[in-house]
Design a binder for this molecule. Structure first.
Ligand code: ATP
Length: 371
């Protein structure tokens, strides 16, 4: 069963093609739609809601045609817009009741559902205060509440973590996850931050320049490749145990890197080696090399690749066709990802746009979790 299906969907504005022959099948659950600013995420949502006609192709939401059944879609779907659109002078309760009534709920049901929904998003205590005095996080929660109040089957959330600090973002992502686990509502959530979708979504769709780059389960994204963090002690025979191990592993044809920074930007110990895992023999080779050198093994930890790493090769830009699956290269750094010391600086010109965006966020200290 699919909740959203598009086929050859295009949207052309006079000066820009916002969506370019996009074909997607999205199953129930929590799906992340990721792309840099201008990738076409909001345009897709507006088409799916039946609010903006496509230039070409077709799309269906919950089996309903977006071109002819927009009203029926909006009855069954909740929408959280990206930008601030809340009236400052009314309370959350007044606003959400109004939105419930607009969705067709009778007055008493609208009030009941409003109270339940505001409780779910953690605004119950504050519900009678005017929205104008709310923090950004509280406003985002009001927007989420109005999307949920009419008990939709699907919600489309456009950049719900925008403007939130890391704690607020985590709370919002937790709420979004619970929208599905507690109420069985399917979610399509957009973000330009790859890392945050990885924790929240069952499935991730990546678009760039209106084209589909990749659509697959989060597990496929993150488990496709893996590395091993290895830390060893020094010994009298090997005063720099890390260097000795590195030499031994590289001599055995195993790719090894050290990194300067963790995903959250904090400096990493140069004593940690990141070893590319190509299969079970890699573990044996590390163990044997450590034992052979007579070093103590402090840490040997499986480290899953993160979504941003999947987009670190030039092939991401070279083959943007549907289903294209850029393969990570052990020799190149990911966006916002620890940079192997041995690697040449990675030119932004060669980065995938989503990657550049993620890297910029990272540099700005925006998310700290882009890779
Ligand atoms: N009404 C419009 N008229 C002209 N161009 C538009 C219009 N709406 C969107 N665009 C353009 O279409 C492209 C896709 O925009 P869209 O808002 O869908 O991107 P997005 O992925 O949601 O990014 P953002 O998060 O920055 O909103 C952009 O180049 C944008 O400038």
């Amino acid at each position: 069963m699919t909740v959203i299906a598009t086929e050859g969907l295009s949207k052309r504005f006079p000066r820009v093609t916002a969506l370019d022959r996009l074909s997607l099948d999205i199953a129930p659950g929590v799906t992340g739609l990721v792309g840099a600013n201008g990738a076409g995420k909001s345009t897709l949502i507006k088409i799916l809601l039946g609010l903006s006609p496509a230039s070409e192709g077709k799309a269906a939401v919950l089996g309903l045609d977006v071109a002819s059944e927009g009203g029926a879609i909006r009855e069954r779907v909740g929408y959280m817009p990206e930008h601030d659109c809340l009236p400052p002078d009314v309370s959350a309760t007044e606003f959400v009741v109004h939105m419930a009534r607009m969705s067709g709920l009778p007055p008493s049901a609208a009030r009941e559902r409003t109270a339940d929904t505001l409780r779910h998003v953690g605004l119950y205590e504050e519900r009678y205060r005017p929205i104008g005095g709310y923090s950004t996080g509280m406003k985002q929660r009001v927007k989420l509440a109005q999307a949920l109040v009419h008990d939709p089957q699907l919600v489309l959330l456009d950049e719900p973590t925008n403007g939130l600090d890391p704690v607020g973002r985590d709370e919002m992502l937790g709420l979004i996850r619970r929208v599905h686990t507690d109420f069985g509502i399917s979610v399509l959530v957009t973000s330009h931050l790859l890392g945050e979708l990885e924790r929240t979504c069952d499935h991730v769709v990546v678009i760039d320049g209106g084209k589909l780059l990749r659509s697959s389960s989060t597990d496929d994204f993150t488990q496709a490749t893996a590395s091993l963090a290895v830390e060893v002690t020094d010994s009298d025979a090997h005063p720099d145990g890390t260097a000795a191990l590195r030499k031994a592993l590289e001599g055995a044809g195993i790719a090894v890197a050290t990194v300067e920074r963790e995903a959250d930007g904090s400096p990493t110990s140069t004593r940690v080696l990141f070893v590319e895992v190509t299969g079970d023999p890699t573990y044996d080779a590390v163990r044997d090399a450590v034992a052979g050198l007579g070093l103590g093994l402090v840490r040997m930890e499986q480290r899953r690749h993160r979504i941003a790493e999947v987009f670190r090769t030039d092939s991401a830009t070279a083959d943007p066709s549907p289903g294209a699956r850029p393969q990570p290269s052990p020799s190149q750094p990911a966006a916002g990802e620890p940079t192997p010391r041995s690697a040449a600086p990675h030119s932004p010109a060669h980065q995938h746009p989503a990657q550049q965006d993620a890297a910029r966020q990272h540099q700005e200290g925006g998310s700290g979790d882009v890779a």
